[in-house]
Design a binder for this molecule. Structure first.
Ligand code: ZN
Length: 98
């Protein structure tokens, strides 16, 4: 079991990238990942898995972190399926424990 250092939540599903986030922040992130159409490569690699780079790359605002960087479509990162499923599992686990 992993104890959440900030909120004292207990959850063995906690992933390193989400460790320092509160439940509320995780919910907001989950929603962003589900609705984002454009993502920078940093967020893409963090929350998704890079697949085929078939979308065009250009400078714009990332819909996940809000920074202006080189962005592509979330399609290139399998629509964040891996990040979304990790976050969902973790939230379900945290809410059960609370
Ligand atoms: Zn980003």
């Amino acid at each position: 079991m992993t104890k959440h250092p900030l909120t004292n939540e207990i959850c063995d599903q906690t992933q390193d990238s989400f460790r320092y986030m509160t439940i509320q922040e995780k919910k907001i992130l989950l929603n962003k990942l589900k609705t984002a159409y454009k993502t920078c490569f940093d967020c893409g690699h963090k929350y998704g898995v890079y697949s085929v780079g078939c979308s065009s790359v250009y400078e714009s605002k990332c819909e996940v972190c809000g920074e202006t960087k080189k962005i592509t479509e979330t399609r290139d990162f399998a629509y964040f399926i891996t990040g979304i499923s990790k976050l969902k599992k973790e939230l379900a686990c945290l809410e059960k424990n609370n």
